[in-house]
Design a protein around this ligand. Structure first.
Ligand code: ATP
Length: 364
């Protein structure tokens, strides 16, 4: 198998007064795994359905390897799809589910069965061929669905929230396996999710959609470290908004002066966007040194704990500390608060004090 190049060009789709896609432009490179990430209703599934042929756009085109397939019927498109809900045929065993498409294409039985077995082995289920869907766990059913989607050797694999109905542990295992399989097959894959962790951990690039349009597409590290807009900054990971004063290419925030990432806005007062892991907190010891704030809430998350710290000026800051250290930051603890010494993203404040667009970084 080798992956196709997929292009969405100016895709628009309305349902009555609802605009599901509002001019979506996105190119997926051959062999790439791209995650479509965004809040509920932003058009992720509609985009996928336009590519699969289950939905017709009102305007725009879908191209696969340069060929316009916008009007090609679904059954003549070269795409395999896995859905959120278990979509296996309940009356067929796993092997027959996997080989269903081959049966429709009239492949000989022995060949079909051999291929189905090969695919079940590929997805880590060598011995479930005779079992019916109700005899399989949720994770196993999704593996079978994946094998079925791969059976006709599609050049594009479409995954619509395939893991969202599974429990957390199975979800993590399966996402790693899907990624490993996708890399080894080199199949172009579009993965719809509203789970940012899933998107960041699996994808070569993540496309953030908002109101039917592309807000930003970038590799996970860039998206996280250098979100192009406040919407992306908010949607991908937690973000603190602190008040800062810009002077030249530096900004003073929480008593520290740090370089501004990208171009600094013209206004003096800005929102400084800081991730919780870039906030440094130290408990004030018995020496009597004054603290900057008080820990209000501490949520233990295993490897880290997230603190909500109330600062003297009424601002709240989220800060991550190592999980094994969390006992030192019980609610009520007075702490000193600082920031990691590194360039920070700033966002100009409008007259009302609301944040506006973060300037594009100079270098991408
Ligand atoms: P979710 O994460 O909730 O699945 P999504 O980003 O995949 O959301 P879509 O399913 O693409 O969003 O839907 C985009 C918008 O279009 C939504 O407001 C949805 O209600 C609407 N929509 C989608 N399909 C239809 C339809 N067949 N009829 C009417 N409205 C629709």
């Amino acid at each position: 198998m080798n992956g196709a190049r997929v292009e969405f060009r100016g895709l628009r789709r309305r349902f009555g007064s609802t605009v599901a896609l509002d001019g979506l432009d996105l190119t997926v490179e051959p062999g790439e795994l791209i995650a479509l990430l965004g809040p509920s209703g932003c058009g992720k599934t509609t985009a996928l359905r336009c590519l699969a042929g289950f939905e017709q756009p009102d305007e725009g085109e879908v191209l696969v390897d340069g060929a316009d397939i916008t009007r090609v019927p679904a059954n003549r498109r070269d795409a395999g799809m896995v859905f959120q809900s278990y979509s296996l045929f309940p009356n067929l065993n796993a092997r027959d589910n996997v080989s269903f498409g081959m049966r429709v294409r009239k492949a000989p039985t022995a060949k079909r069965h051999a291929r189905a077995q090969e695919l079940l082995e590929l997805v880590g289920l060598p011995s479930v061929g005779e079992r019916y869907p109700h005899q399989l766990s949720g994770g196993q059913q999704q593996r079978v669905a994946l094998a079925r989607a791969l059976a006709l050797e599609p050049r594009v694999l479409l995954l619509d929230e395939p893991l969202s109905a599974l429990d957390a542990k199975v979800r993590v295992t399966l996402r790693e396996e899907i990624r490993r399989l996708q890399l080894s097959l080199g199949i172009t894959t579009i993965f719809v999710t509203h789970d940012q962790e899933e998107a960041l951990s699996m994808a070569d690039r993540v496309a953030v959609l908002r109101d039917g349009r592309l807000e930003q597409v970038a590799d996970p590290a860039t998206l996280y470290d250098r979100p192009a807009t406040p919407f992306v900054a908010e949607f991908v990971g937690a973000m603190n908004h602190l008040t800062g004063l810009v002077s030249g290419d530096r900004v003073t925030v929480l008593g520290q002066t740090l370089p501004v990432e990208g171009r600094a806005p013209d206004t003096a007062q800005v929102d400084v966007l800081v991730r919780p892991e870039a906030v440094l907190v130290t408990p004030v010891d018995a020496s009597g040194a004054e603290g900057d704030g008080i820990v209000m809430v501490s949520s233990f998350r295993g490897s880290t704990a997230r603190l909500r710290v109330h600062l003297g000026d009424g601002t709240e800051v989220l800060a991550d500390v190592p999980g094994h250290d969390s006992a030192r930051f019980a609610p009520g603890t007075a702490v000193r608060v600082g920031l990691v010494e590194r360039p920070v993203l700033v966002s100009a404040r409008s007259e009302t004090g609301a944040a506006t667009a973060v300037p594009e970084p100079d270098v991408v």
